[in-house]
Ligand binder design. Structure first.
Ligand SMILES: Cc1cc2nc3c(=O)[nH]c(=O)nc-3n(C[C@H](O)[C@H](O)[C@H](O)COP(=O)(O)OP(=O)(O)OC[C@H]3O[C@@H](n4cnc5c(N)ncnc54)[C@H](O)[C@@H]3O)c2cc1C
Length: 388
């Protein structure tokens, strides 16, 4: 039985892991580098596979109440707007997979997880704690922080995102790769654009080297827009680099006029960009008393919309493994064995899916959305019941 579980990183993955462990009666300490717990302004789609876990952890209803359930998704030709494919609505997906499909504001999802974790234990989150090193001997593991403090426990779970310090310290440093793609994101008040939209509220446009996605979040009060384009020279790090509306419009100048008009509705100061990064799959997720989880284990491109969902699945399964196996090493081995193929597989599938969504077709062929998460069977997984 682990005496103290240290979780590094209070993002979606770290908080889900904390909540799952608390649910099974474990005490956790969560260390976050930021001075406050908050998320960036962007949408995130929580698909049924992850929603099973959130329901089990008693936060699913609250997250759905704050989110948006989409109608059908229309995939369209970038220039003509011709409909290339229609995907099922949120209600149809819920019926088929037994848990809701919801579009959420990242802050709402993060907030519900945070409230639940802190409600269980008001003193378990430590802010301003940026982990710099993790060391272990046979019986204990120690996380050291840039503020000079260090904490010793029986397990460290590295949930510190794609530039994970835990991963670098324990598994060896490896840079994340810039994938040659830049993503733009913005939130637009729905009232400013509702007259431009019909009932086709979730739309995906596919064009040469670029895609554009829009969907409602927060009870349809906000339209979340994302554009991803090939850009070989991108260098900067970070998820929130301010961008110019004209830069975004120029990049999509040959798209349907609707897209350029929509981009023009982005409120000033609300457009951000980031360079997409990923890594090759990790051969090991666990070393001794240390495990990685979420983007720290499997940073992935967003072409299947599964980064946060995989982090949620990881957290749920980790909690179950500690409940089932009283020995730390057995629990971590069970976690790695249950999750590695799934996480690494989705990481690679997301890379592959970039080709379809960025219009890599032979001359004369039709653009196609390729094999999305439904065709790949990703929603059929249930982290609450999967064998461990
Ligand atoms: C705009 C956008 C849209 C997305 N849309 C979707 C989507 O629709 N569906 C989906 O499933 N996924 C989506 N993703 C991907 C998804 O958000 C990520 O995969 C997910 O956030 C990973 O969660 P995480 O907790 O592993 O890492 P993170 O969210 O990166 O959290 C890591 C946490 O660790 C902290 N931290 C970092 N380093 C340290 C350190 N050294 N010490 C202590 N703390 C540290 C960070 O401050 C942060 O709080 C999207 C991502 C973005 C940016």
């Amino acid at each position: 039985m682990p005496s103290k579980i240290l979780i590094v990183g209070a993002g979606i993955g770290g908080l889900t892991a904390a909540l799952a462990l608390q649910k099974f009666g474990f005490q956790v300490q969560v260390f976050e580098q930021a001075p406050e717990l908050k998320e960036i302004g962007a949408g995130v789609v929580v698909t049924p596979n992850a929603m099973h876990a959130l329901n089990f952890l008693n936060v699913g209803d609250a997250i759905c109440a704050m989110g948006s359930s989409p109608g059908e998704t229309y995939t369209r030709h970038y220039a003509t707007g011709e409909v290339l494919e229609v995907r099922p609505s949120g209600a149809d997906l819920e019926e088929k997979f037994g848990a809701p499909y919801f579009q959420s504001h990242r802050a709402d999802l993060h907030d519900e997880l945070k409230k639940a974790v802190v409600n269980n234990d008001p003193d378990c989150v430590f802010l301003n704690h940026a982990c710099s090193e993790v060391t272990q001997d046979g019986d204990t593991v120690t996380a050291t922080f840039k503020n000079g403090k260090s904490y010793t426990g029986s397990v460290v779970i590295g949930c510190d995102g794609n530039a994970s310090a835990v991963r670098s310290s324990v598994f060896g440093h490896e840079d994340v790769n810039y994938t040659g793609q830049v993503a733009f994101r913005a939130l637009i008040p729905a009232k400013d654009v509702n007259d431009m939209l019909d009932n086709q509220d979730k739309r995906l446009y596919i064009g040469p080297g670029r895609m554009f996605l829009q969907y409602y979040i927060r009870r349809d009060e906000i339209l979340n827009v994302i554009g991803i384009a090939r850009e070989q020279k991108w260098q900067d790090e970070g998820w929130a680099i301010p961008a110019e509306i004209s830069e975004f419009q120029d990049l999509y100048s040959d798209f349907h006029p609707y897209i350029r008009e929509l981009i023009g509705k982005i409120p000033p100061g609300n457009l951000f960009k980031w360079g997409l990064r990923d890594r090759d799959p990790m051969p090991e997720w666990v070393k001794g008393r240390v495990a990685t989880l979420g983007d720290a284990a499997h940073p992935m491109t967003p072409f299947l919309g599964q980064g946060a969902c995989m982090a949620i699945e990881d957290g749920m399964v980790l909690g179950r493994c500690f409940e089932k196996y009283s020995d730390v090493h057995e629990a971590l081995a069970a976690y790695e064995s249950a999750r590695k193929a799934r996480g690494n597989g989705v990481q690679m599938a997301s890379r592959e899916q970039a080709h379809a969504l960025q219009g890599d077709v032979k001359k004369g062929d039709k653009f196609s959305p390729g094999r999305g998460p439904i065709q790949r069977g990703l929603f059929e997984y249930n982290p609450v019941t999967v064998e461990i």
